[in-house]
Design a protein around this ligand. Structure first.
Ligand SMILES: NC(=O)c1ccc[n+]([C@@H]2O[C@H](COP(=O)([O-])OP(=O)(O)OC[C@H]3O[C@@H](n4cnc5c(N)ncnc54)[C@H](O)[C@@H]3O)[C@@H](O)[C@H]2O)c1
Length: 378
């Protein structure tokens, strides 16, 4: 277990009006300005006690890379809890009309440090959810760009989080493990020698965030997500994407060609569990966190197992297998199961969806969508 610096009530009181991170930086980084107001600082300190938190302002949230598979749904949940105007989605892509009209959206390139700083300062951001990334398969196809977005972009975000006393969430992945990691299950702490630029950049993120937490008190929080499955948003080029496509194919043509072998087992999660885990983890008091990077798990299945479960609803589904060497090699180096016992113990993580519930929900959501769009159903 990590020796996380946990500052609960008595120490927080000693720190006075500055948040712990800012105080450390005031000592250790001469010449660098910091901008915690006393009001903001006392709020941070109060969150570090284990007693019920007193009423406080809503966080002001910025989500980077928000137009991918995960950002829009997370923004929706956070906006319900904290108010629409308090959650700003950002990306470098043009938002579709329904996203643009549903709440604040701004253009933000994570490689543009100055512009990102301006957004954070002008909008009085207190929580940053850093979703921008190139995923595993796309990253292998463009290593230089993946390195830029996943590492240089992350450094910009880390610096800004430190400078502005932000609570920073950066997701990691099953891809942060490699062939020498224990695979069944993979614990939170073990050997991590991934062989993709995506995995390498995610381990780098985990380590940098934890380093800045221990050295300067950055409130860094990281969850290793399994492959995320969603009916309404498209995956962005990862190795687990087949587990979304198979549902669309089952209801459109009745035939799915899978790029993985039928026995390739990987950890997976329904998107609503992923969003709930993220929100609950962001809300957890600091003193409950014995780690800064946690595995979260829900289920593990193979292509053949998910196909069997779909056939209980659509018996005609045909699946053929044509393994793609890049994605199969990546999948073979990843854990088949996550040990998430620390997340369950520390902040009460518990998934709602197993394979059966996931399949029923995905089929019903995609069927409704196709019906509404006037598309045929196989
Ligand atoms: N979806 C999953 O199954 C999964 C699993 C594990 C971890 N994650 C992590 O969760 C996060 C979000 O995943 P996702 O599936 O939504 O990713 P995604 O690929 O669907 O979306 C990433 C977004 O980042 C944006 N982006 C690219 N370059 C950018 C730049 N320079 N500046 C700002 N934005 C930029 C893209 O336009 C895209 O909208 C990622 O960090 C990913 O590594 C996702």
């Amino acid at each position: 277990m990590q020796s996380g610096v946990r500052v609960c009530a008595p120490t927080a009181a000693l720190l006075g009006p500055l948040c712990r991170g800012c105080l450390s930086r005031a000592r250790s980084l001469p010449g660098r300005s910091f901008s915690c107001s006393p009001r903001q600082s006392s709020r941070w300190n109060s969150q570090e006690t284990c007693s019920p938190p007193p009423p406080r302002d809503n966080p002001r949230v910025l989500i980077t890379g928000g137009l991918g598979q995960l950002g829009v749904g997370l923004a929706q949940i956070l906006r319900k809890q904290y108010g629409t105007e308090n959650v700003i989605l950002s990306d470098i892509k043009k938002p579709p009309p329904h996203v643009f009209s549903s709440g604040p959206f701004v253009y933000a390139d994570v490689l543009d440090y100055k512009h990102l700083r301006e957004l954070i300062v002008n909008n009085r951001i207190t929580w940053l959810v850093h979703y921008s990334a190139l995923l595993s398969a796309v990253g292998e196809a463009n290593v230089a760009l993946a390195r830029k977005i996943n590492i240089t972009g992350l450094h910009n975000v880390l610096d800004l989080a430190l400078e502005n006393c932000l609570r920073l969430f950066v997701p990691s992945t099953i891809g942060a493990f490699g062939p020498s990691s224990p695979r069944d299950p993979a614990p939170d702490l073990c050997v991590q020698r991934p062989r993709t630029i995506y995995g390498v950049s995610k381990v780098h993120g985990e380590l940098m965030g934890e380093y800045l937490h221990h050295k300067y008190g950055l409130d860094f929080r990281c969850l290793r997500y399994p492959g995320v499955i969603s009916a309404t948003t498209q995956p962005g080029g990862g190795t687990t994407d087949y587990a979304v496509q198979i549902f669309h194919d089952a209801l459109s043509t009745g035939h799915h060609e899978c790029y993985l072998r039928p026995d390739t087992r990987l950890p997976m999660m329904h998107i609503s569990d992923c969003h709930r885990a993220t929100v609950e983890f962001m809300q957890a008091p600091e003193c409950q966190l014995s780690l800064r990077t946690y595995n979260i798990a829900a289920m593990s299945f193979t292509p053949e197992e998910v196909a069997q479960e779909i056939r209980k609803h659509l018996p005609h589904l045909k699946v053929t297998y044509n393994p793609d060497s890049v994605r199969q090699t990546i999948a073979d180096s990843w854990p088949v199961r996550f040990d998430d016992s620390n997340a369950r113990r520390d902040w009460g993580w518990s998934p709602a969806f197993g394979l059966e519930e996931l399949v029923a929900d995905m089929l019903s959501a995609i069927r409704n969508k196709r019906t509404n769009e006037g598309l045929p159903i196989s």
